[in-house]
Design a protein around this ligand. Structure first.
Ligand SMILES: [Zn+2]
Length: 218
């Protein structure tokens, strides 16, 4: 079986998506990219995360979009994932969720702003919203990549959230943090007018996050 350790990570982090309430039912999907073989290891379509086994995970060749190994259908958003790997040379893992707070802002076409400095985890002060496109279409990938800029995460209008990073553990932490940022923005807006941190300070925070190479534990 090809890419066993990557398959195991796809299964493990798929379970965590449900257990940590980052998505519902079978929505969302996750993948890992191996640049040497050009293989993308991606969650299968329509199988509940808690029931997914390593043999259900699908291996595809990114450049040709052909299934290399697997008897299941790949996630319906396989084109969205491939788009990220082809556009961003450092991307090794992509995670897409319909997490409640981030998706709420995506339905308003409202970006996530620097209500809290933790937004710098995405490498930017504002997480943008990509224009709407039907799920599972190449247009969704095009719109997401057009909107994402230097951010590692982007909201998909009336749909959800997607992000990339250099590994599955890292992209999982990123998506979790972005969802928390969305929750804070939602809560702050519900009782008042959030004070947005200015660009000069956010530039300092983003730089500081880079220097530490991880989010500071404060
Ligand atoms: Zn989706």
């Amino acid at each position: 079986m090809l890419h066993l350790s990557e398959r195991e990570q796809v299964v493990e982090y798929g379970k965590r998506l449900i257990l940590e309430r980052l998505t519902n039912g079978t929505s969302g999907n996750l993948s890992i990219y191996d640049p040497q073989s050009d293989h993308m290891i991606i969650s299968p379509s329509g199988i509940p995360y808690l029931e997914t086994k390593v043999e259900d995970v699908v291996v595809m060749e990114a450049r040709t979009a052909k299934v290399v190994e697997g008897s299941r259908k790949p996630s319906s958003e396989w084109a969205l994932h491939i788009g990220f790997y082809l556009a961003e040379p450092s991307a090794r893992a992509v995670l897409h969720t319909h997490s409640a707070y981030a998706t709420t802002f995506s339905c308003l076409h409202e970006p996530l702003r620097a209500v809290h400095y933790g937004i710098a985890a995405a490498g930017v002060e504002t997480i943008p919203v990509a224009e709407y496109a039907t799920f599972g279409t190449p247009a969704l990938s095009v719109n997401a990549l057009k909107a994402i800029g230097r951010s590692k995460a982007v909201l998909l209008a009336n749909h959800g959230l997607i992000g990339w990073d250099v590994s599955m553990p890292k992209v999982f932490s990123l998506i979790k943090e972005v969802e928390f940022m969305a929750e804070l923005q939602y809560r702050a807006l519900s009782i008042g007018k959030p004070i947005i941190i200015d660009s000069e300070e956010m530039a300092r925070v983003i730089e500081k996050f880079k220097t530490y190479g991880q989010q500071p534990e404060v």
